[in-house]
Design a binder for this molecule. Sequence first.
Ligand SMILES: N[C@@H](CCC(=O)N[C@@H](CS)C(=O)NCC(=O)O)C(=O)O
Length: 215
Amino acid sequence: MAEFQLYCFAQSGNAYRAALMLNLIGADWEPVWVDFFSTMVQRTPEFRNDVNEMGEAPVLVHGKKKLTQSGVILTYLAKCTGKFKPEGEDEELEALRWIIFDNQKVNGFLGPFRFLKNFAKPSGDPAVLAFLKGRAEGNLAIVNKRLTGRKFLVSDKPTIADVSMTGYFYYPADEFGFDIAKNYPAIGAWLERMKALPGWKHPYELMPGHPLKQS
Ligand SMILES: N[C@@H](CCC(=O)N[C@@H](CS)C(=O)NCC(=O)O)C(=O)O
């Protein structure tokens, strides 16, 4: 058995943050596939009792520890290994600030937008899609401005804030109907820097369940 198990699925940018971090730090890890779309295991009482009371992926298991919320998982892995760890209190707080902004306002809008556009049955109400897209685009512009003239979000080295922010950004442009890397050039350049890190993999290669079987 591998040292770490990660409950995840290929279409989840929230889980990708944790899977990418595990790969970037060279951890011995294995995925546990969450059948999110078909059996919707995450909504069963068993999953909520035994795996995550919040009913979400990702979940990281490390021996007796079970951690949820990608920001918590990233913080834990950075503390365990010293890799992608913000240095000192100011950087730690700055990383936390970007992780919260990402979870709530960047990938926090982009993820549900992509879900409603591609996977929801019935597919999302156009007004809801327009609202989510507008909020995601506004916040992508904020991230783009932050990354203009900077290599990474918090310091001149990549930290867990950068790993978190990658969330949904590498999924194909046709899943969003717009190209994040092209429309936001500073984000595009930063995505290339992240991609160049040893251990980087695309979410569809890193986690199980792609392509999705149509039911
Ligand atoms: N803030 C959480 C978000 C996790 C999340 O929303 N995960 C989705 C999958 S991408 C989920 O499991 N949703 C439960 C459901 O819709 O039933 C994190 O970053 O870990």
